[in-house]
Design a protein around this ligand. Structure first.
Ligand SMILES: Cc1cc2nc3c(=O)[nH]c(=O)nc-3n(C[C@H](O)[C@H](O)[C@H](O)COP(=O)(O)OP(=O)(O)OC[C@H]3O[C@@H](n4cnc5c(N)ncnc54)[C@H](O)[C@@H]3O)c2cc1C
Ligand SMILES: NC(=O)c1ccc[n+]([C@@H]2O[C@H](COP(=O)([O-])OP(=O)(O)OC[C@H]3O[C@@H](n4cnc5c(N)ncnc54)[C@H](O)[C@@H]3O)[C@@H](O)[C@H]2O)c1
Length: 474
């Protein structure tokens, strides 16, 4: 029997970051909001993404410091730390927190059935607007033998390992491969990273080179431009590369990208278009090809970051509920939390004739020297009128320094403006300040500026002399 519930203002499908933020935003605006989640609220970030991976990195960092004293790794303690971090954050993302915010939470799998209708657990929900926030899942690359290998994990299942892998082969070279590869190497695994291109291909080349050096000094074998041909599964899995190299593994981590969860959602029944990779196509207001259906987070073609899932869902939900067409910002910061961290926003290379860059190596940044952490730099890309267009920061806590650079890019600040703001000393942000000062000062080196400065100084000298003469004659 079909049991319908009264029409809701916003139906949210998926209870990860995008779903939670979207649902809370709508409820705060007074909308009758229902969120459907088939696994557990909190999504990828809380359970298998940001939270466990950053905790693992922190544990790896502590282990690498302790190795100076010869301490071993207690993997149970690491697992305990990870579950502790999840447990501490989970209440904020729980169904109870959502209900307290005015959101009705339904446990089950939702799919659209007709325009304005979806089904969950055999029950029809009629909606005025809907938000698709179903995220993405890791994919396994089509490598012969991979799916038959005994211990193949992804970023979703690696957290189930009960013991530290002795030999870990990571296929991929993106943020997941670098972060998890480095953390596990620091905890004591022998790690090989097989990357199809260079590692962190989206980042500034100098930044990626610093991470490569750091991974290697942590004992990770990084093979760039590798082709993984096949995996043979005899006594133990062996990974064969195109150039004839072989790597034995106890565990294989596939970190080669993700696929949007849009299959079985009934999107064709509501006229929601997807691109060829299965992601929901949205405009800059996060609206799909169906004007009553919106999408946010990893299910869209935008970069896969928690902060973006949240801000995009908030925009989508308020647009849906209030009938607005507010567009999302194009300024997207990102941080890869390796040692050193790589943080970037906006333009990271000089691409136009009117662009220039200003770089401060952290070897010249006093705080980096006092911390003995000089492997890093701050580079900003500058456009017309000294406007800061973006940049890259590499070093400890680069992600924290990126907030200031992100604000500068978002607000269209110039190097002169940033140079004029007193920064505390000694901090890592000195590098961003000094990169701005260096550029702003270089403006004073142009012939026209030199003439103007000389004229101004001359005028002031003449005025002071005249004042002095008149004082002397009194
Ligand atoms: C290892 C790792 C580390 C990461 N680290 C960072 C980081 O440091 N910083 C950062 O910004 N990002 C990081 N990310 C990315 C970040 O986790 C994602 O961008 C973010 O979680 C996406 O949120 P979402 O809400 O779009 O999707 P998800 O969190 O995947 O949520 C989607 C939810 O929808 C549910 N669902 C799916 N289909 C249905 C359905 N039909 N009915 C009901 N429910 C459904 C799922 O169960 C899931 O709970 C990391 C990712 C990984 C894998
Ligand atoms: N710190 C963070 O914000 C953070 C951390 C982890 C993940 N994430 C998000 O999760 C998303 C997924 O991460 P990811 O690292 O899996 O994906 P990715 O798409 O960023 O990187 C995958 C890498 O694997 C390589 N690759 C693909 N197929 C391969 C093959 N057969 N052999 C060897 N290499 C191959 C690709 O060239 C690419 O460099 C990222 O795009 C990112 O947005 C973010």
């Amino acid at each position: 029997m079909d049991r319908s519930i009264e029409i809701v203002d916003l139906l949210v499908i998926g209870g990860g970051t995008a779903g939670i933020v979207g649902a809370k935003t709508a409820a705060r605006l007074g909308a009758r909001t229902v969120l459907v989640e088939y696994a557990r609220t909190g999504g990828d970030c809380l359970w298998t993404g940001c939270v466990p991976s950053k905790t693992l990195l922190s544990a790896g960092h502590s282990a690498s410091e302790q190795s100076l004293t010869g301490d071993g790794t207690d993997f149970d303690a690491v697992r305990h730390r990870i579950s502790g971090a999840i447990a501490a954050i989970e209440p904020a993302d729980s169904p109870e927190a959502l209900e307290a915010a005015g959101v009705t939470v339904i446990s089950g799998k939702a799919a659209f059935t007709a325009p304005g209708e979806a089904k969950v657990n055999g029950r029809t929900i009629r909606f005025r607007q809907a938000l698709i926030a179903t995220g993405s899942a890791p994919t396994l690359p089509p490598i012969p033998g991979l799916s038959d290998a005994p211990v193949v994990v992804t970023s979703e299942t690696i957290w189930d390992l009960q013991s530290l892998p002795g030999r870990l082969v990571v296929i991929g070279g993106g943020p997941i491969a670098c972060e998890l590869g480095q953390a596990l190497a620091r905890l004591g695994s022998q790690v090989v990273i097989l990357a199809r291109s260079t590692i962190l291909p989206r980042e500034d080349r100098d930044a990626a080179a610093l991470v490569l050096g750091s991974l290697r000094s942590d004992g990770v074998r990084v093979i760039e431009n590798a082709t993984v041909d096949r995996i043979s599964n005899g006594d133990e899995p062996v990974i064969h590369t195109g150039d004839g190299q072989r790597f034995s593994a106890d565990v294989i981590l596939a970190a080669t990208g993700r696929r949007a969860r849009t299959r079985d959602l009934g999107l064709d029944l509501v006229g929601v278009d997807c691109d060829e990779s299965g992601q929901v196509v949205v405009d800059a207001a996060m609206r799909s090809s169906n004007p009553a259906v919106w999408a946010a987070g990893d299910v869209t073609p935008y970069p896969e970051f928690t902060h973006l899932a949240g801000t995009h869902a908030s925009t989508a939900a308020s647009n849906a509920v209030l009938g607005l067409r507010r567009k999302v910002s194009g300024v997207v910061p990102r941080v890869t939390f390796t040692s050193p961290e790589v943080a970037a926003v906006g333009l990271t290379t000089v691409t136009g004739r009117s662009h220039s860059s200003s770089t401060i190596q952290h070897a010249h940044t006093d705080r980096a020297i006092t911390e003995d952490q000089t492997a890093g730099f701050t580079r900003i890309i500058i456009g017309k009128g000294g406007r800061i267009l973006g940049g890259t920061i590499v070093g400890p806590r680069a992600g924290e320094s990126l907030a200031e650079l992100t604000l500068a890019v978002d607000q269209g600040l110039s190097t002169r403006t940033l140079a004029g703001v007193t920064h505390p000393y000694p901090t890592f942000n000195d590098a961003l300040w000094n990169a701005s000062i260096a550029h702003a000062r270089s403006g004073l080196d142009s012939p026209a500026a030199k003439v103007a400065v000389r004229a101004l100084a001359g005028l002031n000298r003449w005025r002071n002399d005249r004042l002095a003469r008149s004082r002397n004659s009194q």
